[in-house]
Ligand binder design. Structure first.
Ligand SMILES: [Zn+2]
Length: 65
């Protein structure tokens, strides 16, 4: 108890990404690159960091593999 969290573990938790980030976002106004979060047309972050269309595209990508 009370042991500090190792920096490496802290970084890993902070860096946790949605699996959908493995592909680019298909939305024309977003086009988030792989490994980067989605954003709204006004460049605001979106909830969960992923557009539904990107999630759909990712699922299609998985099925195609
Ligand atoms: Zn997006």
């Amino acid at each position: 108890m009370g042991a500090p969290m190792p920096d490496s573990l802290r970084a890993a938790l902070h860096r946790q990404q949605p699996p959908e980030w493995a592909i680019a976002c298909p939305l024309p106004y977003c086009q988030a690159k792989p490994g980067t979060p989605c954003h709204s047309p006004r460049r605001r972050p979106v909830p969960l960091g992923v557009h539904p269309s990107r999630a759909d595209a990712w699922i299609a990508h998985q099925n195609a593999a």
